[in-house]
Ligand binder design. Structure first.
Ligand code: 3H9
Length: 697
């Protein structure tokens, strides 16, 4: 018997038990063990029914994703499931934790399903650019009908045990949480009551209603909006539709073809890379896994503006008390009111109960006094982006905070080392850069200063997980990883418009690529005055920052969405950008003043210039050690800036395109007049010379 699957018997129940940590994924050893165990159960004369159950924290969480890049090995999962379904003895499956993907498909190949109240079920293959490829698209609609099957398979969302019961996906939800005992009791019940073998493939009832409905067309229409550029959700609909049009065996064949098409798609590769990278960012190479982590029980936030308020919500959401400090009563009241409004909006949408709103509000203590921060374990400063102010705050914190408290800044660009230098404890100072809206965006860019201790680094990474963010640990430089690359792309986008493109053309290329919004729509959202102020500061400091047409917008008070006019104009109460002839005239005038003759610029050039400039900067970031691995950059961009996950992030995308092609483009742009900023990153040149990819660093 295989080491990961065992067969035993209690009374008349043959028990097939899977033990393959961490998530009992269906790797080759598990598949062959399952096949062997089901045969053994069939041959065991003493066993009247079989029970499939998993050890550890969860039922099977799906196929083993790590095997996707390896040659296929027998037995296949569909073959294993077929053997279970064909069993002549009833097979009961007991679900706990998360029964996902191939795990749920195997459960649907069993004859009766019982789940713990805390269990969840789902077919999340779509999130990996796939569809359920082991009969899930054929069996699920037979249990719950077309509508629910389509919802589950195209969204990948999980159902709770009670929802699964309501939709016929499980037959019973247990009372206690002892999975082994509950499973055994259910199997004994099957024997005493003489339940027959009930194969999902033979259940036809739920198929009748779907056959003549237009649910599939409706689904395709909604997917055009919510999954515009994606490949697999549409294939999921095709596969489910096949369940209604073809006999079961034919349906399975159709599912297989569609599954293999998804397997081959670059989107699958991008999404699988994103899945593992999201987990790998937490494993920082030079930070030992046994680094002690400080206990964070109470947090202070300085600044009750949009950012500070959003950050405070993250902690209150997971039950951590927060002390929110402002300089003026009025600003403090406004900040608290905004937090309440956000929570109440969530309550109106049914995402929170009114009790939860009050519980969370009660965790946020407003204050005007620094002395309230004396006993916090972590304080996060989230005030205006001004070094002098930040330095004042940090020296004050150094005076009031207890020894061992972590002093963090939410700065998005400024030097953590310079901030730390005003304290007597630079080892406790770190950057925690949240992304706006801070209560929604998943990225937390943690910035290590030169003297930040390992303990502090490990603690802020652990906090990211605790507040349900994806934490990336990066080094200290202007703009860190995310904004440093964004500023490069922003400057290039402005230059493209100088050269002859329109802002809406640039934005469309980026949204067609898969970004949720274009560069100019994004700066309208963030506020054009922000970038303007930064440029003015740099000019004052003597840096040569050429004038841009965006300066003119800011000088006219066109700050973006907040003034209903920026690069675009906006109707009252609307966020939809509308191209503005006044801005086009302003750009024309700017070109005339600068002696620029506009030329037609095609979409390919826009795409290359906007993305290659990021990749070149990303290569420099890697070379300088600001990001340790290419995957840290990928995750920063996916979760902080909406880089399409199905393209795997900028550095993964670059690897897929071929670094040689990208370097050629960069060299071409570098050779143009005024192309100095395109100097190729030496790392990129080296990788191309060695025939390597970023992923191999
Ligand atoms: C499929 O089933 C295809 C079939 O339809 C057709 C086949 C023919 N494989 O997330 P965590 C690892 S497609 C391999 O941190 P959590 C993960 O990398 C699959 N490894 O824990 C991590 O490793 P490490 C459909 C996997 O408690 C460790 O387990 N299924 C797999 O926050 C812990 O993971 C899915 O898409 C896997 N399938 O969340 C489910 N899953 O420690 C994907 C996890 O080295 N998985 N690992 O970093 C999940 O959604 C979450 O992992 C889960 C646990 C909810 C299960």
């Amino acid at each position: 018997m295989s080491e990961v699957v065992s067969y035993s018997r209690k009374g008349q129940v043959g028990i097939i038990s899977v033990n393959y940590p961490p998530v009992n994924a269906l790797g080759q050893a598990v598949r062959s063990g399952l096949l062997e165990a089901v045969k053994q159960g069939q041959a065991d004369d003493e066993a009247e029914a079989l029970l499939l159950v998993c050890e550890g924290r969860t039922f099977i969480a799906g196929a083993d994703i790590r095997e996707f890049s390896k040659p296929r090995q027998e037995p296949s999962l569909p073959d294993v499931i077929e053997a279970f379904e064909n069993s002549t003895k009833p097979i009961i499956v007991a679900l706990h934790g998360t029964a996902l993907g191939g795990g749920l498909e195997l459960a649907m190949g069993c004859h009766y399903r019982v789940a713990l109240p805390s269990a969840k079920v789902g077919l999340p293959e779509v999130k990996l650019g796939l569809l359920p490829g082991a009969g899930g698209t054929q069996r699920l609609p037979r249990l719950c009908g077309a509508q629910k099957a389509l919802e589950m398979i195209t969204s990948g969302d999980f159902l709770s045990a009670s929802e699964a019961l309501e939709h016929g996906i499980v037959d019973a939800v247990t009372e206690s949480s002892d999975i082994a005992a509950e499973g055994l009791a259910y199997a004994e019940q099957a024997i005493t009551k003489g339940w027959p073998v009930r194969r999902v493939r033979d259940l036809e009832g739920k198929l009748e209603t779907g056959r003549d409905s237009d649910v599939f067309e409706q689904f395709r229409t909604t997917l055009q909006q919510r999954a515009r550029n994606l490949f697999s959700p549409f294939k999921c609909v095709d596969a489910v539709e096949a369940a209604f049009q073809l006999p079961f065996e034919e349906g399975l064949k159709r599912e297989r073809e569609l599954f293999l098409a998804c397997m081959e798609s670059p989107q699958r590769a991008g999404l699988v890379h994103a899945f593992f990278s999201e987990r790998d960012v937490a494993k920082v190479p030079d930070l030992p896994t046994d680094t002690p982590v400080r206990d964070i029980q109470r947090v202070g936030i300085i600044g009750a503006g949009t950012m500070g308020g959003g950050i405070a919500m993250n902690f209150a959401n997971v039950g951590i008390p927060v002390c929110l400090l402002e300089a003026q009563q009025e600003a403090l009241d406004r900040g608290i009111a905004m937090i309440r409004q956000n929570y109440e909006n969530s309550a109106r949408k049914g995402r929170l109960t009114t009790t939860q709103v009050e519980e969370r509000m009660a965790l946020i203590e407003p204050t005007l006094s620094y002395s309230a921060l004396a006993d916090v374990d972590l304080v996060i400063e989230a005030v205006f982006e001004d070094m002098a102010i930040k330095k004042q705050i940090f020296s004050r914190l150094d005076e009031v905070c207890k020894p061992g408290a972590i002093l963090a800044s939410n700065t998005s660009t400024l030097s953590i080392d310079e901030i730390a230098s005003t304290t007597r404890r630079p080892e406790d100072v770190v950057g925690m850069h949240f992304f706006s809206p801070a209560n929604v965006m998943k990225l937390l860019e943690n910035v290590r200063g030169e003297k930040t201790s390992d303990e502090v680094k490990a603690t802020v990474m652990a906090i990211a997980k605790r507040i349900k963010k994806v934490g990336v640990l990066v080094g200290n430089c202007y703009g860190f990883v995310g904004n440093r690359m964004l500023h490069r792309r922003g400057a290039e986008a402005i230059q493209l418009v100088n050269d002859g493109a329109t802002p809406q053309q640039v934005d469309k290329v980026l949204t067609d690529f898969g970004f949720p919004m274009g560069q100019f729509a994004m700066s309208d959202l963030a506020g054009i005055d922000v970038g303007y102020r930064i440029r003015q500061e740099r000019r004052k400091a003597g840096e040569e920052v050429p004038p841009t047409w965006m300066d003119k917008l800011a000088e006219q008070g066109r700050f973006g969405q907040k003034t209903q006019a920026g690069t675009y104009r906006y109707k009252e109460g609307s966020r939809k950008p509308i191209p503005d002839p006044e801005v086009e005239a302003l750009i024309r005038q700017f070109r005339e003043e600068q002696g620029i003759t506009a030329r037609a610029i095609d979409d390919q050039e826009i795409l290359e210039r906007c993305l290659y400039v990021m990749i070149n900067e990303g290569a420099k970031i890697l070379e300088e050690g600001i990001a340790t691995r290419a995957l840290d950059i990928d995750i920063t961009w996916i979760y902080g800036y909406g880089f399409p996950a199905y393209r795997g992030g900028p550095m993964f995308w670059a690897d897929q395109q071929g670094l040689e092609q990208i370097l050629d483009g960069i060299r071409r742009f570098h050779a143009q007049p005024g192309g100095e900023q395109w100097r190729p990153a030496p790392l990129l040149e080296r990788l191309v010379a060695e025939g390597k990819r970023f992923a191999e660093l």
